[in-house]
Design a binder for this molecule. Sequence first.
Ligand SMILES: Nc1ncnc2c1ncn2[C@@H]1O[C@H](COP(=O)(O)OP(=O)(O)OP(=O)(O)O)[C@@H](O)[C@H]1O
Ligand SMILES: [Mg+2]
Length: 482
Amino acid sequence: MRTANQIRVLIVDDNADTLEWMKVLLEHDGYATRTADSGAAAEEMRGAWQPQLVLMDLRLPDIDGTELLTRFKEAAPGTEIIMISGHGSVARAVDAMKAGAYSFIEKPVDPDVLLAMITKALERLRLSDENQRLRAQLKGRDRFGDIVGSSEKMQQLFQLITLAAPTDANILIHGESGTGKELVANAVHQNSKRADGPFIRINCAAVPADLIESELFGHKKGAFTGASSDKVGLVQLAEGGSLLLDEIAEVPQQTQVKLLRLLQEREFRPVGASNLVRANFRLICSTNAPLDPQSSKLREDLYFRINTITLEIPPLRDRPEDISLFCDHFLTQFARQHERPVQGIHSAARNALLRYSWPGNVRELEHVLERSVIVAAGTEITLQDLPEIFQQPRRSPASRDALVGQLTLAEIERLAILQALERTNGNKRAAASMLGVYRPTLYGKLRKYKLGEYGKSEATLKPKGGVSSPRDARVAGGADDD
Ligand SMILES: Nc1ncnc2c1ncn2[C@@H]1O[C@H](COP(=O)(O)OP(=O)(O)OP(=O)(O)O)[C@@H](O)[C@H]1O
Ligand SMILES: [Mg+2]
């Protein structure tokens, strides 16, 4: 009896007896089978029946088995193929494997070996199907657990988390302040094999340098003044689970050496103890500090240990597609939380939110939305409900403080002139008036900064991004308003 979910196996061999006994063997084991005694027949069957697995003789009357295999793999890359080779043709069978065969089996074929091989091949097929299904599922999703984001960059991140989390590899999460490093760390733990184990977190920047070792490794009573009893360290608390070292770059140098040893040996010594303790945890680190070896406070050897996989979270300004999504997400969340009747965002307010460069990233946006939901009088957030900084049209508040320290005075002046011209559509009289200078003064400066051509090739003169804010000039790290 055939059922719809039977696995379809095509057997290709020019020997009628072989075809017959294999067919009987496989059908007995519940597979649906078809047979083909030549390459041409096999190809016809592939198109019409689309087998998931093919048993293929290396030697066929009309075509070389390896050639047929290549054609099958081209037409249906997902098909698993097992080659059947005659005695003494192992070398050719190996070639076939290089061309994409799953495995090969030598004649005379042992039925048990064949069945076991088929089971394995199908398991691989199932896994790759599962992978594809996951990919398809992730594609176009606008959240991953608690992490919101529909931009291509976030979709890639979700995919990487899905792949990396179940492995036990050390993970380094890198991103500016407020980009959601902690959320990502959580997602890694939740999607790992250790999800049922503890998830222990330490913010290395918040612990005084002289206490961090005893926090991490624990200590014996009397190990130092103030150690009035034995203390279990966080490494031990993370046993069987994951350990998040938040702001890893802030770990003092001598502790970095001990961490390195811990990662190498998988054991550590509590402060003041004589014995070593075995450790079994998955390490997740995060940092917003630059990772390049010159400016990093991290020892290079430690860095290479902890970053087996780096998850890079892009700043919000690099994925503006996500801003609107976040606005709606936080609006719904805070309206419910604060029991406010707010249901939407007026277009002028939304535009102002979209134009802003968000130096504090998602955290900053979250705070702005929370505040706006609370102060909004009606069912819609209007421009007036946003912090004052959003109400000056076409002016990016982030740019104000960011200019100094990033640009020279001359560069700032040049930028101001460009912006004035941009806003007045190149009208120099209006631009001079906007800048509060006489027209001749403006002309002098246009010459000085070689902007005399403004208007003729406007695109090249506009600041990058065509927006009024010099986004690239922003100070890394931005506002941390927590
Ligand atoms: N993709 C996101 N989806 C939903 N919420 C987010 C996202 N990214 C950040 N947030 C929210 O923004 C806030 C800051 O996130 P988080 O604390 O994870 O940032 P961080 O990168 O660890 O920042 P810091 O470097 O300052 O510690 C949190 O309230 C978090 O819920
Ligand atoms: Mg954090």
